[in-house]
Ligand binder design. Structure first.
Ligand SMILES: Cc1cc2ncn([C@H]3O[C@H](COP(=O)(O)O)[C@@H](O)[C@H]3O)c2cc1C
Ligand SMILES: O=C(O)c1cccnc1
Length: 335
């Protein structure tokens, strides 16, 4: 499918989302039933295999070609003191990703994933959303398209990560606008109590500033989001269009995905939650998306780190399903 060229075209993708391949899923289930183990003994690994089989359209799914795309963007609200780190860290970390020195470089190496970095106009932060919309419609479409184009339709699994100082505040504003309620702001990189109050006040001010314009999820993304966040939204939509299964990462990744969930229930059926991060409201956001995390390791990093760690579990699921003998092959008496 060609890259959607307008916001209307991105919206139209949601009108014809592909479903998983029921035949492949049934074949995977039939194989699982005759493998040398008590039925259900591999627990959640078994449903992981069925999920992968359906989206990949393979009775025996694979987890060899795993694609990690890291999106980086800067945020106008960073000037409001909502992060423990200054905004120049975003571009510095992009250099670190390219030099191979970040946590995510080591995790991609350890779990055999490819990794690419996409920086989105780092010298041009979004507008401060307490003063006006974070992005114009053109800027939003450009960011969505960057994410869309980053996805390899042939990948076995796609994972998006992000780098953008202040983006836990952006994600909190998105979650608050999409799901309502208070308390979405958390400590991010480790802000103190005063910083946390500034974050909560920034989210409140954003909601107030854009009140009356927050019914449409893509408009929420334009007004309160960020370029790297919108790129993740675009990437998750492209993955669905190409039927590539996705592992979600932390709070920011889930906020980006939530835009699609609100725009079209079921739009995230191709996604699983890699982990629950230590960001205070991530558990609540996962519950709103009806996703159960695979891991909960107290991570508060982003960069796709939790999703890539979850690959260990997913690769285990694929290895058992593809490699185990059946009762007949092994001469083991079935129950
Ligand atoms: C050195 C460094 C590396 C990072 N890698 C990811 N993040 C994470 O922290 C940021 C979000 O937290 P906040 O909203 O508090 O700024 C994002 O860039 C996220 O990817 C990092 C943050 C820092 C400082
Ligand atoms: O949940 C996350 O992904 C997260 C939490 C804190 C800082 N950066 C990312």
């Amino acid at each position: 499918m060609n890259t959607p060229a307008s916001l209307a075209a991105f919206r139209r993708v949601l009108d014809s989302l592909p479903a998983p391949d029921a035949g492949a899923q049934a074949a995977a289930q039939a194989r699982d039933a005759v493998l040398t183990k008590p039925p259900g003994a591999l627990g959640r690994l078994e449903s992981l295999v069925l999920w992968l089989a359906g989206w990949q359209g393979r009775a025996i799914p694979q987890a060899d070609r795993v694609q990690v795309a890291i999106f980086a963007g800067n945020h106008g609200i960073a000037a409001r003191g909502v992060s423990a780190f200054p905004p120049e860290v975003t571009v510095q970390m992009v250099a670190n990703f390219r030099a191979g020195g970040a946590a995510i470089n080591q995790l991609c190496k350890a779990f055999g994933a490819s990794m690419a970095v996409h920086e989105l106009s780092l010298d041009r932060p979004t507008a401060d959303f307490t003063e006006g919309p974070a992005m114009t419609e053109d800027e939003l479409v450009e960011a969505l398209a960057t994410g869309w184009n980053a996805v390899d339709p042939e990948a076995d699994i796609f994972i998006a990560g992000e780098m953008g100082i202040a983006n836990t505040c952006t994600a909190a504003a998105l979650a608050a606008a999409l799901f309502g309620g208070l308390g979405w702001a958390g400590r991010g990189t480790g802000v103190d109590d005063a910083g946390l109050s500034r974050k909560a006040a920034t989210v409140e001010a954003g909601l107030e500033r854009h009140a009356g314009h927050l019914d449409d999820p893509f408009e929420v993304l334009r007004r309160l989001g960020g370029r790297e966040v919108a790129a993740m939204t675009g990437a998750y939509l492209a993955a669905r269009a190409h039927r590539v299964p996705v592992v979600l990462d932390g709070f920011i990744s889930c906020a980006a995905a939530a835009v699609l969930h609100k725009a079209r229930p079921g739009a995230l059926d191709h996604c699983i939650a890699g982990h629950q991060s230590a960001e205070g409201a991530h558990a609540r956001l996962l519950a709103a998306l009806d996703k159960a995390p695979l891991l909960s390791l107290g991570l508060r990093l982003g960069e796709a780190s939790g999703a890539v760690l979850a690959l260990g579990v997913i690769k285990g699921a694929v290895a058992t399903h593809s490699g185990m003998a059946t009762f007949a092959e092994a001469g083991v008496t079935a129950g």
